[in-house]
Design a protein around this ligand. Structure first.
Ligand code: HEM
Length: 406
C-alpha cells in the first residue's frame, strides 16, 4: 500500500524578528509537514524530540512560535488575557470582515454568544439529533456495504456531519447534497483564498434561512442564534451571520477529519476492532481515547504582553500556534501516549481545546464518532485500506481520502 501526503502551500518568505533567538528556530512549515505513516501525533512527537527548545520559532507563514509541550498548549488556551483569540489564523487574517463569532473574540465578549449555543448542545438536549445521526450512519453503511468498499471520507465522514448540522440548525435535510458540496469546497481548499470563497458561499446559502428564522422563529439552534439577545440588545445582522457561520464550519470539517483518522487506525488494527466488537461497553471510553490520540486542531493566538513559556521569552505582538494534540500526547501528562488503550481511565486530552473557547459542539462531535463505531463495527467488522491515503496538515489536520475495502 502506498500512502501519500498532500499539503497546502502557504507563504514561502521566511521571517525572524530580532528578538527571536536563533537557538529557538526550527525549519518547520505547519502547512507542509511530511506526515509519516499518516500518523500526525507520532510525526509531531518526533519534531518535539528534535526541537532545539520547548517552544520553537517557525520562520514560515509570517513567522510564529509553536508550543510543543502539553503544559504550554494548555496555558495558551487557558490564559486569554495574554494569549488572545482575536487572531487565530496563521498567518493572521489582518481583517475582521469575516470574523468568526465567538471563536475570534476574547472573553467577556465571546461568552455572551456562547451562552446562546452551549446549552442546546449539552448532552441532555441531543436525543433528537442522535436518532437522526444513527439513522443516517446505518443508511450510509448499509448502502455501500454490498459493494465491498468505499471512499470513507467522501461517502461517510463528510456526509454524517452535514446531516447532523442540518438537523441541529433546523434546516431541511433535502439540502444535504447541496450543503455537502459547499462543505467540501470550504474544507478541501487548495489555498486560504479558496477557503474564504467557500465561507462566502456558505454564508450566501445560510442568508435565506437566517432571514426566515428572524421573521418566523422556531425551536432550533438557528432561530436561537439569529434572535439572540447579546448584552441586552438584539444581535446585529452581521454578528448573526458570523455566529451561524462559526457553528457551521466548526462542525463539518472537524468531525470528518477526526473520523478519517479513527477509521484509518482501525483499518490497521484488527485487535482493536475485535476488542470493540466483543466488548461494546468499551465504546464510550474508546471514543475518548481515539479523540485523545487523534487530535486535529492547531490554533493560533496573539501575544498581548511580554511573557514566557517554558523559559522561552515571547514578545507582545508575536503569534503562537498551539497544536491541541500535543497535550494528550505529552508523556508528562499521559503514560505511553502513542499507544491506543481503550481501557485507559478518562483519557486526558485537549482535542476540543480548553478554557473560555472550549468546543461548543464537543458532546455532539463525540456522539457522532461513537455512533460510527457502534454502527460500523457490527456491520463491517473486518476492513482495510485499499489505496492511496491523503493527509493534509494545517489549522485542521485531516485525512482527505481514505479508500477502504472489506
Ligand atoms: C471532532 C470534532 C471537533 C473538534 C476536534 C473540535 C475542536 C474545537 C476546538 C479545539 C475549539 C477551540 C478553538 C479555540 O480555542 O480557539 C472549538 C471551538 C468551537 N467548536 Fe468545535 N470541534 C469539533 C466539533 C464541533 C461541532 C460538531 C460543532 C458544532 C455543532 C463545533 C462548534 C464549535 C464552536 C461554535 C466553537 C467556538 C467556541 C468558542 O469560540 O467559544 N465544533 N472546537
Amino acid at each position: 500500500m502506498q500512502e501519500e501526503e498532500s499539503m497546502m502551500t502557504q507563504s514561502a518568505a521566511k521571517t525572524r524578528p530580532a528578538h527571536v533567538s536563533e537557538s529557538t528556530v526550527m525549519d518547520i512549515d505547519i502547512y507542509n509537514i511530511p506526515v509519516v505513516d499518516c500518523d500526525v501525533g507520532a510525526t509531531w512527537l518526533d519534531i518535539k524530540a528534535r526541537a532545539p527548545s520547548p517552544v520553537i520559532w517557525s520562520e514560515y507563514n509570517g513567522g510564529h512560535w509553536i508550543a510543543l509541550h502539553g503544559a504550554d498548549v494548555k496555558t495558551a488556551f487557558m490564559t486569554p488575557a495574554i494569549f488572545s483569540s482575536t487572531d487565530i489564523f496563521i498567518p493572521p487574517n489582518g481583517s475582521r470582515d469575516n470574523v468568526l463569532i465567538p471563536l475570534e473574540q476574547d472573553p467577556p465578549e465571546s461568552l455572551l454568544y456562547r451562552k446562546v449555543i452551549v446549552p442546546p448542545l449539552m448532552p441532555g438536549n441531543l436525543a433528537p439529533v442522535t436518532d437522526i445521526a444513527r439513522k443516517t450512519a446505518i443508511e450510509l453503511i448499509e448502502g455501500f456495504k454490498p459493494r465491498g468498499g468505499c471512499e470513507f471520507v467522501k461517502e461517510f465522514a463528510l456526509v454524517l456531519p452535514v446531516v447532523v448540522f442540518l438537523s441541529v440548525m433546523g434546516l431541511p435535510l433535502e439540502d444535504r447534497d447541496y450543503l455537502y458540496s459547499l462543505a467540501e469546497k470550504s474544507t478541501r481548499p487548495e489555498s486560504p483564498e479558496q477557503r474564504l470563497e467557500g465561507h462566502m458561499e456558505l454564508k450566501a446559502y445560510l442568508q435565506h434561512y437566517i432571514a426566515d428564522r428572524k421573521a418566523n422563529p422556531r425551536d432550533d439552534l438557528l432561530s436561537k442564534s439569529v434572535n439572540a439577545i447579546i448584552d441586552g440588545e438584539p444581535i446585529t445582522d452581521f454578528a448573526a451571520q458570523q455566529f451561524v457561520l462559526n457553528t457551521t464550519i466548526g462542525g463539518l470539517d472537524t468531525v470528518a477529519n477526526l473520523l478519517g483518522f479513527v477509521m484509518h487506525f482501525l483499518a490497521h488494527s484488527p485487535d482493536h476492532r475485535r476488542q470493540l466488537i466483543e466488548r461494546p461497553d468499551l465504546i464510550n471510553n474508546a471514543t475518548d481515547e481515539l479523540i485523545r490520540r487523534f487530535g486535529i486542531v492547531g490554533q493560533g493566538r496573539r501575544i498581548m504582553e511580554d511573557t514566557e513559556l517554558s523559559g522561552v521569552p515571547l514578545m507582545k505582538g508575536d503569534m503562537i500556534w498551539a497544536p491541541t494534540w500535543m497535550y494528550g500526547l505529552d508523556e508528562q501528562i499521559v503514560a505511553d501516549p502513542l499507544t491506543v488503550n481503550f481501557e485507559r481511565p478518562t483519557p486526558p486530552h485537549m482535542t476540543f481545546g480548553g478554557g473560555p473557547h472550549v468546543c461548543a459542539g464537543m458532546h455532539l462531535a463525540k456522539r457522532e464518532i461513537r455512533i460510527t463505531l457502534e454502527e460500523w463495527l457490527p456491520r463491517i467488522p473486518d476492513f482495510h485500506v485499499s489505496g492511496d491515503v491523503v493527509v493534509e496538515t494545517g489549522g485542521v489536520t485531516g485525512i482527505t481520502r481514505l479508500p477502504l475495502v472489506w
